[in-house]
Design a binder for this molecule. Structure first.
Ligand SMILES: [Zn+2]
Length: 513
């Protein structure tokens, strides 16, 4: 229920909030409200938080913002605009925000203060000194906590209320294993922020501490911590592991996110982690096996290490996709969205690359062929994929994909990358390459790029890709085409391709009449 204020109270509020320039300013953005008629009043904090209706919870707001904020209170709306601005800044710089960026926003350089840990394993107690500055000048705040041991992993942990300035995100860039590489997501952060301002936090953020001194590193529950920090919390509720096995935590975290899908990892990040895990697992495998293969690696993970839920084949696949899409020279990658849902500036999502592209151009792991033997063409396959994507990028995307202009050239590129289209032309492209490589055994189609491809053949491939996208179906004005390509229905597209004369035979220039 909204509190009504009378004329006398209004006068009181106007004088209370009048600033030095003699004007009242809008609570939301602190802009001067020149005309007193445009001043309105509303609640600062949600009722559930303050539980009082005194004038202290009421502030002036400009007409425009009061209308725009809908059912939010003034502080909520102000913080929403602030959060939007924060994320927009990162997006415009092509970066992604993480917990440390929220800490920077709130504390400038004053965070990441060290803490000292004294773990008494006999008493199962840990005494922590939380320093209040980087140079340990001020006396620390001291807490002693009960330590517990996980019966399965034997890892030690405790629960604590950690001063906000003593935490950091657990994601050292370019570290061999990055435990928390996930960026913050605006919608998720905003929802949690609103929720946690008036509700208790049921699950703590999960941290680890390494050695005897350092910050508590948050590796799970990053959004909860960020939402609390945004709302001005001085303490973060945390479950803290003491010197845990990093690989084990990463596995547990990865499996939990992959299986439970609490908040889906961005696909490319999941692939990153999988690929990192592959590296660690691979090291262990190499030490044991004489004859090495992808198949042997999978068996090693499944049986020798007894970790069947780790999906070793997915680790290899992620490693291969990463090697291709994240290679320095890959010009196609800039058009691939890292999330599963595609943003406007991207032509295709990471998920769609996996579903529609790699299924035709990457031999599905695990292979039985001995690694680095004469029959192993994985490295060539990676290089060939980079080259093929480069050709595609060059002919249909670079200097053409331009969503802000949305001109005819862009529309053509967009049509080519509609889901219904890509799922149909990618297998055709595979068939064209099969033909140009003069292959005759149909089995070879399933490992189309798993081979050496001579330079003159690349010339041919390039030429026929050009022909493929010169067909009028990509530029013809016919809304029926866009409607059909909007459907993820291969049969509809095939029908349409046939009707318009866009067939593999046409691309190859084979006369079928
Ligand atoms: Zn305003």
């Amino acid at each position: 229920m909204k509190r009504q204020i009378n004329e006398g109270e209004k006068v009181k509020l106007l004088s209370k909030y009048r600033q030095e320039d003699g004007f009242n300013h809008c609570f939301v953005d602190n802009e001067k409200i020149e005309n007193e008629k445009d001043i309105q009043f509303d609640h600062i904090e949600p009722y559930a938080k303050v539980e009082e209706t005194s004038l202290d919870n009421i502030a002036p707001v400009c007409k425009k913002h009061n209308l725009a904020k809908k059912d939010m209170t003034l502080s909520e709306y102000r913080d929403k605009l602030g959060m939007e601005k924060f994320f927009e800044r990162f997006e415009s710089e092509g970066k992604q925000a993480k917990l440390n960026d929220v800490l920077t926003l709130k504390f400038k350089n004053d965070f990441g203060f060290p803490a000292q840990y004294d773990f008494d394993s006999k008493q199962m107690k840990i005494t922590v000194k939380y320093y209040q500055d980087k140079n340990k000048i001020h006396p620390p705040e001291i807490q002693t906590n009960q330590v517990y041991q996980c019966p399965i992993t034997k890892m030690n942990y405790y629960y604590a209320l950690i001063p906000t300035q003593n935490i950091l995100n657990d994601g050292i860039e370019n570290a061999d294993l990055e435990l928390q590489p996930r960026p913050l997501n605006y919608e998720h952060l905003w929802d949690l922020y609103r929720h946690l301002r008036v509700n208790p936090q049921l699950q703590p953020s999960i941290c680890r501490v390494v050695g005897n001194e350092g910050c508590a590193l948050v590796f799970d529950g990053q959004h909860k911590a960020a939402a609390k920090i945004w709302a001005g919390a001085n303490l973060i509720e945390a479950k803290v592991y003491i010197n845990p096995d990093k690989v084990w935590l990463m596995r547990a975290n990865l499996i939990a996110h992959d299986k439970l899908k609490q908040l889906r990892f961005y696909s490319s990040i999941l692939a990153d982690k999988m690929a990192q895990l592959y590296g660690v697992n691979w090291q262990r495998y190499v030490e044991t096996a004489a004859r090495k293969s992808e198949k042997g690696f999978c068996n090693f993970i499944k049986y020798a290490e007894n970790k069947s839920d780790e999906k070793p084949d997915k680790q290899i696949e992620a490693f291969l996709m990463n090697s291709i899409l994240k290679s320095d020279g890959n010009k196609f990658s800039q058009f691939v969205a890292p999330e599963n849902k595609s943003g406007k500036q991207y032509a295709i999502s990471w998920d769609s690359m996996k579903k529609y592209y790699f299924r035709y151009f990457l031999v599905k792991p695990p292979l039985e062929v001995e690694i680095d033997s004469k029959e192993d063409y994985r490295n060539q396959e990676i290089a060939n994929n980079i080259r093929l994507l480069d050709i595609l990028s060059n002919q249909i995307l670079e200097d053409k994909w331009n969503p802000s202009e949305n001109n005819e050239i862009h529309k053509k590129a967009e049509r080519i990358f509609r889901p219904g289209a890509i799922m149909s032309w990618l297998p055709m492209l595979r068939d064209v390459i099969y033909n140009k490589l003069d292959l005759i055994n149909p089995e070879e189609a399933h490992q189309i790029l798993f081979r050496n491809i001579p330079e003159d053949k690349w010339g041919l491939i390039e030429k026929f890709v050009g022909r493929m996208f010169s067909h009028q179906i990509w530029s013809e004005r016919d809304t029926n085409i866009d409607v059909t390509f909007g459907n993820k229905n291969k049969e509809y597209t095939k029908d349409l391709f046939g009707k318009k004369g866009f067939t593999t035979q046409w691309i190859l220039g084979i006369n079928t009449t």
